[in-house]
Write a protein that binds this ligand. Structure first.
Ligand SMILES: NC(=O)c1ccc[n+]([C@@H]2O[C@H](COP(=O)([O-])OP(=O)(O)OC[C@H]3O[C@@H](n4cnc5c(N)ncnc54)[C@H](OP(=O)(O)O)[C@@H]3O)[C@@H](O)[C@H]2O)c1
Length: 282
C-alpha cells in the first residue's frame, strides 16, 4: 500500500512519518512538501503545493491512501479552498482513502472564523471521497506551552472567560493518525484526538506555576484587551484574530471533549499536559 503524507516538512507531518516508519507493514511512504529537496532521504519525496493543483496531480498519482494536513496559512478562506482543491485532485488521481486532520468542535462556520477551514474541508471530503476518515485534533499541549512561556514575564495567562480544553500532545496526534492510516476499519469514522484530561485555564496556570517554579495566574480579559495585547506584542492582525477566535471556541466548549480515541488508534495512553510541560522544560 502506498501512503502519501502532506505537510511532510512540518512538525506534525514529520512525526506522522516517523510513527508510520516505526510500524511494521507492507506500506511505502511518500513524503509530500512544497520543497521536497529539504526532506530527509530514505523514502520517495514529491513536490505538492495546495496553491498549484498541477503539482498535486503528480504528488498524488498512484497513492492508495493520503494524509491531508491543512497548511498553517491563517488568512480567512485560504485553507478551506486549499483543502477542497487537494481533495478534488486526490479523488481525480484515484486515491481510495483520504485521512483529514481537522479540529475539535468543528461545526458549520463561515469566514472569517478559523473553523471555516475545517468545516469546508470535512464537508467536501464527506461529499466526494470514496473513503474518508476525519481526525479532529484537540488543542496541542505544545501550543499552550508556547503561550505559557510568553506569559512568564508578566505572570499572567490570559483567556476570555472560563474555558476547558483536553490538551493533546502533537506526538499523540501523530501516533493516532499513523495507527488509523496503517490500520483497517476506519472508513467513515470521525475521531476526536484528545489528551487524558480536560483542564481549565486555572488548572493550566497552577500546573505551570508548580512545574516551572514561577508564579503564574489565569486572568479573564475582554476580546478587545486580548487583541490589543497581541498586537502590542508585535503579532500580525491575522494571527491575533486567529488567537482571539480560538480562545472564543475554548469558552464555547468546542475543545471540552474527552475520548479514548488516541489510545484506541495508537495503542498507547496519551500524555498528560503536566508531563509534556516537564519534558519541554528539561
Ligand atoms: N490543534 C492545535 O492546537 C494546532 C496548533 C498548531 C497548529 N495546528 C494545525 O496543525 C497542522 C499542522 O501543524 P504543524 O505544527 O505541523 O505546522 P507546521 O510545522 O507549520 O507545518 C505546516 C505544513 O504545511 C505545509 N504547507 C504550508 N503551505 C502549504 C501549501 N501551500 N501547500 C502544501 N503544503 C503547505 C508546509 O509544508 P512545506 O512548507 O514543506 O510545503 C508544512 O509542512 C496545521 O493545519 C496547523 O494549523 C493545530
Amino acid at each position: 500500500m502506498k501512503i502519501g503524507i502532506s505537510g511532510a516538512s512540518g512538525k506534525l507531518g514529520a512525526t506522522i512519518i516517523a510513527e508510520l516508519s516505526a510500524r511494521t507493514g507492507h506500506h511505502q511512504l511518500v513524503a509530500i512538501s512544497r520543497s521536497p529537496e529539504k526532506l530527509g532521504k530514505g523514502m520517495e519525496n514529491r513536490k505538492g503545493d495546495y496553491d498549484q493543483p498541477d503539482t498535486l496531480r503528480d504528488a498524488y498519482a498512484g497513492l492508495d491512501r493520503l494524509v491531508l494536513i491543512p497548511s498553517a496559512d491563517l488568512r480567512p478562506g485560504v485553507r478551506g479552498a486549499q483543502l477542497k482543491t487537494a481533495i478534488d485532485v486526490a479523488v481525480g488521481a484515484g486515491v481510495q482513502h483520504i485521512f483529514l486532520l481537522s479540529a475539535a468542535g468543528t461545526r458549520e462556520a463561515s469566514t472569517p472564523a478559523i473553523g471555516e477551514t475545517y468545516w469546508t474541508g470535512e464537508q467536501h471530503l464527506i461529499r466526494v471521497a470514496p473513503r474518508w476518515t476525519i481526525l479532529r485534533m484537540n488543542y496541542y499541549s505544545q501550543s499552550m506551552i508556547d503561550e505559557i512561556m510568553m506569559s512568564l514575564v508578566q505572570g499572567v495567562l490570559a483567556g476570555i472567560g472560563e474555558d476547558c480544553v483536553a490538551y493533546v500532545s502533537r506526538n499523540d496526534v501523530a501516533a493516532a493518525t499513523a495507527g488509523a492510516v496503517a490500520g483497517e476499519g476506519h472508513a467513515g469514522a470521525i475521531y476526536n484526538l484528545t489528551g487524558p484530561e480536560a483542564l481549565t485555564g486555572r488548572d493550566v496556570a497552577a500546573i505551570a506555576s508548580d512545574t516551572l517554579g514561577k508564579a503564574i495566574v489565569f486572568s479573564s480579559i475582554t476580546e478587545e484587551q486580548l487583541r490589543s495585547g497581541l498586537s502590542h506584542a508585535g503579532l500580525p492582525d491575522v494571527v491575533a484574530d486567529a488567537i482571539v477566535d480560538i480562545k472564543k471556541t475554548f469558552v464555547e466548549g468546542h475543545f471540552d471533549v474527552l475520548t479514548h480515541d488516541v489510545e484506541r488508534l495508537s495503542g498507547r495512553a496519551p500524555a498528560f499536559f503536566r508531563d509534556v510541560l516537564t519534558a519541554t522544560k528539561s
